[in-house]
Design a protein around this ligand. Sequence first.
Ligand code: FAD
Ligand code: FES
Ligand code: MG
Length: 272
Amino acid sequence: MKKQLSADVYEMVLSAPLIARSRKAGQFLIVQSGALGERIPLTIADADESAGTVTIVFQAVGETTMRLSLKNAGDELDNVLGPLGNPTHIEKFGTVICVGGGIGSAPLFPIIQAMKKAGNRVFAVVGARTRELVVFEERIRRTADETIVVTDDGSYGSKALVTEPLKELCSQIPKPDMSVAIGPPIMMKFCVATAREFGVPIMVSLNTIMIDGTGMCGSCRVSVGGETKFVCVDGPEFDGHKVDFDNMIQRMWTFKDREDEARHKCRLELGV
Ligand code: FAD
Ligand code: FES
Ligand code: MG
């Protein structure tokens, strides 16, 4: 199944019975489309064990995701590897704030489900640049105790960055017991700074560049608490207060020129 959620955001349901049976919240896939295609990590946004399917939600930001978005129901992918990464640490914390930025709200959904199932009171903050980039709102609303939607441009929900409702929720007494943020690195960096102000713990799901997904290539290296970690095998979730975001953001720019060139050529070739 393929559904276009907005101009460049797609939801796809893949047949992958073994993965559907064993996946846990927070885990991801490495997907390869085309025998020589790039391998890219995508989080498992949902799964249906009885149907043997897993759901991915992705934004067509470059060559590989643009080509993937052209796949249709019934088409095959060359490789789907997973579930990869450590599942989210779920327990009954008490009150948990879950913050999703842009496409990050989709991978946040299984975490909200698992946090609820463990008996937590869950506040969800769903943020996006603009209305059409708000994803998974309905599913999140149905699951979380309270859901706050914000957009940068005020086209939907309140006009705010996700850090504003996060700040309000963190300043409540008693303060929340745990928070989780998934989204662009710069958003997670500011969510961590907000949580730090109030002494609230925060887990972040890092989206570094990945190739093998098994700890061999080193492309997903990050510094956490002064130690080198590999996001694919040690993460993808880490204690946000310990992550060196500046180093991570700098490393994500490594292939920018080549990515821009590939995107440009791809647009010309596909006429998109
Ligand atoms: P490009 O133009 O090649 O790259 C665009 C940007 O994407 C780059 O600047 C870089 O920051 C990042 N990127 C490029 N290559 C890779 C790579 N091999 N691995 C990781 N990042 C890369 N995106 C989603 O839309 N939905 C998701 O659910 C999702 N889950 C992710 C889970 C994990 C654990 C990680 C690490 C990343 C996730 N991403 C997700 C990001 C997604 O992998 C990238 O958007 C995708 O690889 C971009 O590929 P591209 O060729 O289309 O774009
Ligand atoms: Fe290669 Fe993590 S993706 S070490
Ligand atoms: Mg690419």
